[in-house]
Design a protein around this ligand. Structure first.
Ligand code: TYD
Length: 147
């Protein structure tokens, strides 16, 4: 069983797409084990996007990601990390295929709606960065033996 951090970025909130996006994750079979709204700041974004902090577009990422709260979730499921990445679609929505979240709802890389961890190591670090242990719920779904 794997866990991944998911962030519904400010454009998901601004465009009223939070429910629709979470519905897609649930329908995929992923289990929500933590969820909250959060106002991000430059400090957490410099950690979260450390691999992009020296890029010329980083200030734009900070402005975009701090314009209003995000919804942070931890989702769980078998192969959750790979399942999420292909449910999200490519980073650049123009390259994301239809029926993916970005392929259906986004047009520009600067406003691509959603983040998910890109590997197991990243998932562990990101979950720790965004959630306290007591915010994470452990429970079984009655149909979990079907997944
Ligand atoms: P990245 O970690 O490369 O992709 P992903 O979000 O799919 O894991 O990039 C983080 C975010 O930075 C990305 O979702 C959108 C933004 N970004 C840009 O605005 N321009 C770019 O050229 C890149 C590579 C990313």
């Amino acid at each position: 069983m794997q866990r991944s951090l998911v962030l519904l970025k400010p454009d998901a909130i601004q465009r009223g797409l939070v429910g629709e996006i979470i519905a897609r994750l649930e329908k995929r079979g992923l289990k929500i084990v933590a969820m909250k709204t959060m106002q991000l700041d430059e400090t957490i974004l410099k950690e979260h996007y450390a691999h992009l902090a020296s890029k010329p577009f980083f200030p734009e990422i900070v402005s975009y990601m701090t314009i209003c709260p995000v919804v942070a979730l931890i989702v769980e499921g078998p192969n959750a990390i790979a399942a999420l990445r292909n449910t999200l679609g490519a980073t650049n929505p123009l390259e994301a295929v239809p029926w993916t979240i970005r392929g259906d709802y986004a047009l520009s890389i600067g406003f691509n709606l959603i983040h998910a961890s890109d590997g197991e190591e990243a998932a562990v670090a990101e979950i720790k960065r965004f959630f306290k242990e007591e915010e994470v719920l452990n429970y079984n779904k009655i149909d979990s033996n079907l997944l």
